[in-house]
Design a protein around this ligand. Structure first.
Ligand code: B12
Ligand code: SF4
Ligand code: SF4
Length: 254
């Protein structure tokens, strides 16, 4: 078994083949984090977060058999194929954001791995990528974390980060046709109801207009094909129903 986790460079290179990005790592607390034991029976020594940034993964994913085999949940199945193979290579486990409920707290984990901030859309905002990043899996690996693993300052548990507090006019809160976001909550049923109407076409074809209104990381906004893929999955899987909110299993969350 490895004495230390593979270097961030080695992981990043392996991910680059798939258009995925290493977003950072964090050292778990064996008691508090309640992660599963690894295949060797030991506790994870480090957890690396792997995600998409803009549409960098799209060429790899859309060329894979998962994209065109006609079976459900292509992006999640592609993620599993990549994540499980890398976890096996390094003697660890891949954990996924879409398995649940209960869900692994990926946004909390992300804030332990990289300098993210809270946004009014409830998505974590990145200073470079804006709202155009999401997670495909986490690699829980054995061994000690690298010595240079530095935990970022965690965002406050509530309240906006400085990017959003200083944002002129907060256009994300003005852009939704049904005002689904009020800065403190998200009326999912209002959003989903609108997406079923003819007026919801711009959201369906270009992506959430509130998310697109954000000026941060504009260069990383999803192109139409990628946005439409995610919005179709979101709209199909989360039909408006009375509470509770339906499970966002497949294809969700990019
Ligand atoms: C459930 C869920 C939802 C639910 C939210 C229900 C609710 N009101 O809580 C719904 C289905 C609405 C949703 C929607 C979206 N989500 Co979502 N969601 C999740 C999921 C699977 C679980 C969250 C959870 O319960 N965690 C457990 C708790 C203990 O952990 P936590 O870290 O504290 O999680 C809190 C937040 O994640 C929050 N939350 C999660 N998503 C959302 C979305 C909104 C709008 C709100 C209000 C809150 C919210 O609810 C949790 C409880 O407080 C996570 C993946 C994950 N495993 O974290 C993705 C995740 C948070 N979602 C994500 C994304 C991108 C979206 C969408 C933009 C994607 C889409 N188009 O489908 C949409 C937003 C709607 C839109 N108009 O585009 C990303 C966020 C990435 C980031 N930059 O922060 C995640 C991390 C998935 C991923 N693969 O990366 N989501
Ligand atoms: S538009 Fe402004 S307030 Fe909204 S998420 Fe972007 S930076 Fe934050
Ligand atoms: S997808 Fe459209 S309707 Fe839904 S929250 Fe975004 S802007 Fe509003």
């Amino acid at each position: 078994m490895l004495a230390t986790s593979p270097s961030a460079d080695a992981i990043g290179q392996a991910l680059a083949e798939h258009g995925l990005f290493l977003r950072g790592g964090w050292q778990p607390d064996p008691t508090l984090d309640r992660l599963p034991l690894l295949p060797g029976g030991q506790s994870a020594g480090v957890v690396w977060l792997v995600g998409v940034v803009g549409a960098a993964h799209w060429a790899s994913f859309s060329a894979s058999s998962f994209f065109s085999d006609g079976l459900p949940d292509p992006l999640d199945r592609w993620s599993r194929a990549v994540g499980d193979a890398l976890a096996a290579r390094w003697g660890g486990l891949a954990l996924y954001p879409f398995t649940g409920p209960p869900y692994w707290p990926f946004q909390q984990w992300a804030s332990r791995a990289e300098p993210l901030q809270n946004s009014p859309l409830m998505l974590r905002i990145d200073p470079v990528y804006g709202l155009w990043h999401a997670y495909r899996f986490a690699l829980a690996l054995p061994g000690s974390p690298p010595a240079n693993l530095v935990a970022p300052a965690a965002p406050p548990s509530s309240g906006l980060g400085s990017l959003c507090l200083q944002c002129d006019g907060q256009p994300c809160l003005q852009a939704c046709p049904v005002s689904a976001f009020d800065g403190a909550s998200y009326r999912v049923d209002d959003c989903l109801g609108w997406l079923q109407q003819p007026g919801g076409e711009p959201c369906m074809q270009q992506g959430c207009l509130a998310r697109r209104a954000c000026p941060v990381g504009a260069a990383y906004r999803y192109p139409a094909e990628v946005a439409a893929f995610h919005m179709t999955a979101f709209a199909a899987l989360h039909r408006p129903v009375p509470a509770p909110v339906p499970s966002p299993q497949a294809g969700h969350g990019a």
